[in-house]
Design a protein around this ligand. Structure first.
Ligand code: SF4
Length: 343
């Protein structure tokens, strides 16, 4: 029985009131991660198996118009931060004009993008022009050979061009580095040196079970916090503005900061303020669930804005308490690929 909502505002009168997207655990949802494609120009081994995963058929991927309509509806419900992800967002034609349109959406305060940097350097001036609020650059190593072993491609130079191009244009930049089972302390030190030399936040990310393959056994991230403190004894944990998924650290003599995202040990679910839309149009209320609402179905069966908004509010009112519970109920034999989720 669809719940009648008197609290869904008429569209386009956002006026900065708090999000009405309150979940069944008292968490207010203000952040939407929007995956606009599952296509990518890298083949990272922790995201795609050797022989790849079949791409979602084009007609099953939401159109940019459908995505824009959804962002408008979510912002009308109180979303203020949108992160565009993928696959690799710049693998989708029209990405920049789409971002430019999102910039105009009523109620959207901050617009961010997560990219692997391979093509991004070509669009840095346009990203600057639309006043992108932040670029998260994925970079797991500075060693060209290791880069090829991890990503199965030789594009490190392009990624570094994006890194330095963002810095020279003073585009707010964060670097995300997945710590893999064979990531050495030297590698961590070399990556951290970027935060010593530049005003960036270098975040180390726990490996997570989204490789698109059948995994044998549990992921062992070890205790990354104590590892960082062992490598960097002068590290000081800083107050991180909640809600946040990253722990942040300062270090004497560093221009930037170091960070840690414990996506596997799921330390921050209690203040989780985000939901995701997959390239195929599924609303995920947790990274670890297997999809909670088929938005594409609603869009393509002629549902009105109000009906879609009501379905979104209802869906968010029945969220899992945390990622562990979501994973328990997601009963999947093979791990989904992060490219099909959007990170
Ligand atoms: S694991 Fe799920 S509930 Fe926890 S922070 Fe991530 S998305 Fe939120």
């Amino acid at each position: 029985m669809r719940h009648v909502h008197n609290d869904i505002p008429a569209s386009s009168n956002h006026s900065g009131r708090p999000s009405i997207l309150l979940d069944n655990h008292g968490r207010r949802i203000t952040y939407l991660r929007l995956a606009i494609t599952d296509r990518c120009n890298l083949r990272c081994r922790y995201c795609r198996p050797e022989n790849g995963v079949p791409f979602i058929p084009h007609e099953e991927i939401l159109s940019l118009e459908e995505l824009e309509r959804l962002v408008t509806l979510f912002c009308n419900l109180g979303i203020t931060k949108v992160r565009v992800t993928g696959g690799e967002p710049f693998s989708r034609r029209g990405c920049i004009s789409f971002l430019t349109k999102l910039r105009q959406v009523n109620g959207l305060r901050t617009l961010h993008i997560t990219t692997n940097g391979v093509k991004t350097f070509r669009f840095l001036d346009e990203l600057k022009n639309i006043r992108i609020d932040g670029v998260n650059l994925s970079l797991d190593t500075l060693d060209p050979e290791r880069f090829s072993r991890i990503t199965r491609r030789d594009y490190l130079d392009s990624v570094l061009q994006t890194l330095h191009g963002s810095l020279s244009r003073e585009i707010p930049l964060k670097i995300n580095s997945v710590v893999l089972e064979d990531t050495s302390d030297d590698e961590i030190t070399r990556l951290a040196a970027l935060a010593k030399q530049y005003p960036v936040t270098l975040r180390f990310i726990e490996a997570m079970p989204f490789s698109g393959a059948k995994r044998s056994g549990k992921i062992n991230n070890g205790n990354l916090v104590s590892r960082l403190h062992r490598i960097f004894p002068e590290l000081e944990e800083a107050e991180a503005a909640a809600p946040t998924t990253a722990r942040v650290f300062t270090h004497p003599g560093y221009m930037g900061r170091l960070g840690l995202i414990q996506g596997y040990s799921r330390q921050f679910c209690g203040t989780c303020n985000k939901v995701r839309i997959t390239p195929a149009g599924m609303l995920k209320t947790c990274l670890y669930d297997s999809g909670a609402l088929d938005l594409k179905e609603l869009l393509r069966t002629g549902a009105a804005d109000r009906e879609i908004s009501e379905a979104i509010v209802d869906c968010i009112r029945s969220r899992f308490v945390n990622g562990h519970e979501a994973e328990r109920f997601s009963n999947r034999s093979t791990e989904p690929s992060m490219a099909d989720i959007g990170g």
